[in-house]
Design a protein around this ligand. Structure first.
Ligand code: LLP
Length: 465
């Protein structure tokens, strides 16, 4: 998506970016740098979902999260349809809503038949309010409060139990008349190559039971008439490009099912978590959604045949690969600073508060100038945020055309863990988000205003002026 790339010209007279679905039918959204509907219109502006990005900023303000419905729905369908194609048993995709939890996103995922993975009472409330079927909601978390557990039980969701303390709490919260529906989360001891903060499957992880505890956990659970254990779960990490770790995981998990059977437990669900990576830059080369799903299905099928156990219902819970590519963030360029012989900074009107991933994980993004799409990338600049923090750098050494104040900088693949990890640092108001589709734009998150920023503040009487 760097603008030195050639831009193909289609019959309609519109110019399409290199990876548009028109050039590459059937592309997996996680392998695209921009949303699938991205194109360049006759004003030389970036268009997403049939909407001119510059006009969107004029209408909804800046910065702006722009979510392309087509890309999100395509990713949902590719997961759902790949499972149907390669897995002969029942299957269910869950959207890991920690990637971006809001009503509209939950409603879209749910309308595509997906369930939702939630990790807090807040995410659970969001999914329920969006109308998601509680049978398809799974509550995660390594320290769920009693209030959160009760909320999930009362709502008829499934609870993915992380540890002994939680298991013992649930034994007391359930009743024989209404046993609590649970799954057990295990840490499989599978290493994968990703940032250490987002690896979860290695043994030294705060999540889940150690596999050596499994027999004991199964024995305990099988004695409890207040619990109904329906499955096992594991998640090994995020932004993973290799396929072998999930193959290994699938094989190990079938062994767990065999062990459960030996304890007289009738476990019918197996959840392999999420973790498929996406293309943030040209050099990222993740497998497609289909390429990720297929081997997992094959390993489970073969292993179940070998163990002579029935096929479990297969679940997976992707977050990033479902939503990251669907969204871009549009910013307005303001000041700049040239330090001769060192670098040139250009500054945007957001930063680490709307995208904390570069400062947290040293994540790398790409950007284009949405109002000058065919200009050549002649400059190397560092895109800085507006926060009072030197580390608030969005992109180091970005290749861009010459910029001016007022230009619209669009950063790619900001749908996952951007809004959901956003903050009000320096009391910046969170941006708005719009959903775009077929030339129509709908607000899905209202822009915060100054009043929102002090809404929760309380001032003791004696401090009032
Ligand atoms: N299931 C569980 C239990 C998880 O913990 C996660 C992510 C997922 C599913 C979804 O994983 P995904 O498909 O998105 O890789 N904030 C970090 C990512 C943290 C991931 C946490 N768990 C980032 O911005 O890279």
């Amino acid at each position: 998506m760097v603008s030195t790339h050639p831009v193909g010209v289609q019959n309609s007279g519109k110019k399409y970016l290199p990876q548009s679905p028109i050039d590459h039918p059937g592309i997996s959204p996680n392998q695209s740098l921009l949303p699938l509907t991205a194109q360049v219109n006759s004003s030389d502006h970036l268009e997403i979902g049939g909407c001119d990005v510059k006009q969107l900023v004029e209408q909804f303000g800046s910065p702006l999260y722009i979510l392309d419905e087509e890309t999100l729905r395509t990713a949902c369908r590719q997961y759902r349809d790949s499972l149907k194609l390669y897995y002969p048993g029942e299957s269910q995709v869950l959207y890991a809503s920690k990637a971006w939890s809001c009503l509209a996103v939950c409603a879209i995922a749910s309308s595509e038949g997906l369930g939702i993975d939630v990790v807090s009472g807040g995410e659970l409330h969001t999914a329920l309010t969006a109308g998601v079927d509680p049978d398809k909601i799974y509550l995660h978390g390594n320290n769920k409060s009693t209030e959160e557990l009760t909320f999930a039980i009362d709502s008829n969701c499934t609870i993915v139990v992380d540890n002994w303390y939680e298991l013992e709490t649930l034994v007391k919260l359930g009743s024989a008349a209404k046993p609590v529906r649970i799954m057990l989360r295990l840490t499989p001891g599978i290493e994968c190559h990703t940032h250490e903060y987002i690896r979860t499957g290695h043994l030294d992880s705060k999540f889940g039971f150690h596999p050596e505890q499994l027999a004991e956990v199964f024995a305990f659970v099988s004695q409890q008439d207040t619990l109904n254990c329906i499955g096992v779960h594991a998640h090994i990490g995020s932004q993973i490009f290799e396929r072998q770790p999930h193959r290994d995981l699938a094989a190990v998990m079938v062994q767990w099912l065999s062990l459960a059977k030996n304890h007289g437990l009738d476990i019918s669900e197996l959840n392999v978590g999420g973790g498929l990576g996406i293309r943030y830059t040209e050099s990222d080369d993740p497998p497609s959604i289909e390429e990720w799903v297929k081997p997992i299905c094959e390993v489970i099928k073969t292993a179940c045949e070998q163990e002579n156990i029935p096929l479990p219902k297969l679940l997976c819970e992707p977050g990033r690969s479902l939503i990251a590519t669907s969204c871009v963030t549009a910013y307005t360029i303001g000041s700049s600073k040239e330090i001769p012989g060192i670098r040139t900074y250009i500054t945007i009107d957001g930063g680490m508060s709307d995208n904390p991933r570069p400062i947290t994980y040293q994540s790398v993004y790409r950007a284009v100038l949405a109002n000058k799409m065919s200009a050549s990338a002649t400059e190397t600049v560092t895109v800085a945020g507006k926060h009072c923090e030197s580390g608030d750098i969005l992109i180091k050494n970005a290749q861009l055309p010459k910029t001016q104040p007022g230009d619209i900088l669009v950063v790619n693949a900001t749908g996952a863990y951007n809004y959901s990890m956003s903050s009000n640092y320096n009391r910046l108001a969170r941006p708005a988000a719009v959903l775009v589709r077929n030339g129509e734009a709908n607000l899905i998150l209202r822009r915060e205003n100054y009043q929102d920023l002090i809404r929760q503040d309380c001032i003791p009487e004696r401090l009032k002026k």
